[in-house]
Design a protein around this ligand. Structure first.
Ligand SMILES: Cc1cc2nc3c(=O)[nH]c(=O)nc-3n(C[C@H](O)[C@H](O)[C@H](O)COP(=O)(O)OP(=O)(O)OC[C@H]3O[C@@H](n4cnc5c(N)ncnc54)[C@H](O)[C@@H]3O)c2cc1C
Length: 362
């Protein structure tokens, strides 16, 4: 999303950007998403939910998002819900195909199947090495690289990818090569607990097992590992699951739990999508009294939370806080916005994409 947003804004500002899209189509994970672009209703809730996040960047996203959504509407992006459906948050749900089409049209020239490194190898385009022309990296994080996930996040076992396959940390690597600093929270990620079995893109949303707060949650050894209350996003439970033996957990449910609702679905509806649901008698430990069904879940990683350190102008920073010449970052390549919790990745991509464009155009 962030790259398309940046290009669309640059064109509005009279520039002639080119988007290099490594994948086979524009839209990245945005196209696969539920497309709810949101912020916390209250600033204090944002801080409380993501307490270790970079406060100036959080402030930027929180203060700029409403205008940024209006900008999307002005481009003609189609809305499917006027509200998020969560009383703690405000924003809109867009149609992902319509939003991608709208942004791709506004972005102008998109070179699908190319990365900027294709260009830097061409002698007549050496300015794209970043020495003179600005470069906005918006490659969507590093969740698609098993090596980088192991190095920075260190789950107990490999995590299945719940995102586009092309976000393999190219922006992070380029920034590091040029001397960029890393944000806090390099070991954090956003994801959903999914049935512990292979899944495909079409399963990303419908198979998410978003009811850990109603379950008793055990690891393979039968230990209830999660202490305290599970957050509404359940991202804390998902990350804790990644640290358990085999990076998996068991959600054990009684009749009451099965009747609970999350938005328009009951817990029983979500359990019905899981091929890893079993009779509690078949658990590798003694089931708690009243258990009706157990589901083996494992995290699907959607995007990384740590990444390049940037300032409020989306300039990539060195460790001493000075900006790298001509290098900007946006979207999940930017780290530290939702450290310690979870906030809308689309909101961050939208606001940082606009900001990067405006800084690059100066
Ligand atoms: C199933 C699912 C549901 C989601 N639901 C929501 C939701 O409701 N609300 C929300 O806020 N967030 C949601 N998200 C997360 C959201 O999609 C991401 O936070 C957002 O897309 C990140 O934007 P981005 O621009 O950083 O990355 P992306 O949108 O993924 O775009 C990155 C692009 O960079 C390309 N790329 C990678 N490397 C290179 C390279 N070297 N050169 C050129 N191009 C490259 C990729 O191919 C991709 O097109 C969801 C994600 C998924 C998968």
């Amino acid at each position: 999303m962030a790259g398309l947003v940046a290009a669309a804004r640059l064109r509005e500002l009279g520039e002639s950007p080119v988007v290099y899209e490594k994948g086979t189509r524009p839209g990245g994970s945005m196209l696969l998403s539920s497309c709810v672009v949101w912020r916390h209703r209250q600033w204090e809730d944002f801080r409380a939910d993501c307490p270790a996040g970079d406060e100036p960047l959080q402030r930027l996203v929180w203060e700029r998002l409403d205008d940024a959504i209006e900008w999307l509407l002005s481009l003609g992006a189609p809305v499917v819900w006027e509200k998020t459906g969560n009383p703690l948050t405000v924003g809109k749900r867009f149609d992902p195909v319509g939003l991608t089409t709208t942004l791709a049209r506004a972005a102008g020239q998109i070179e699908v199947g190319h990365t900027w490194s294709d260009l830097t190898s061409q002698s007549d385009l050496t300015s794209w090495s970043g020495q003179t022309d600005p470069l906005v990296v918006a490659t969507g994080g590093f969740q698609g690289s098993a090596d980088l996930v192991t190095r920075y996040i260190s789950p107990s076992a490999p995590l299945r990818l719940r995102a586009n396959p092309w976000s393999t940390g190219d922006g992070l690597r380029l920034g590091l090569e040029r001397g960029a600093a890393l944000s806090d929270g390099m070991d954090e990620f956003y994801g959903r607990n999914m049935p512990d079995a292979d899944f495909v893109e079409a399963d990303f949303v419908p198979k998410a097992q978003l009811y850990g707060r109603f379950a008793r949650v055990f690891n393979e050894r039968g230990e209830e590992f999660f202490e305290g209350e599970v957050s509404w996003s359940e991202n804390d439970l998902v990350q804790a699951t990644a640290r358990q033996p085999g990076a998996r957990a068991w959600y054990v449910l009684d009749d009451d739990a099965l009747e609970q609702r999350v938005r328009d679905r009951t817990v029983a509806d979500m359990v019905a999508t899981a091929q890893t649901a079993i009779d509690p008698g078949d658990l590798p430990f003694t089931a708690p009294p009243g258990a009706r069904i157990a589901v083996r879940v494992a995290p699907g990683i959607t995007h990384t939370i740590g990444g390049l350190r940037v300032d409020e102008r989306a300039r990539v920073l060195r460790a001493d806080g000075s900006p790298l010449d001509g290098l900007f970052a946006a979207g999940a390549d930017v780290g530290g916005i939702s450290t310690g919790g979870y906030a809308s990745g689309l909101a961050a991509a939208l606001v940082l994409g606009l900001t990067a464009a405006e800084s690059a155009a100066l």
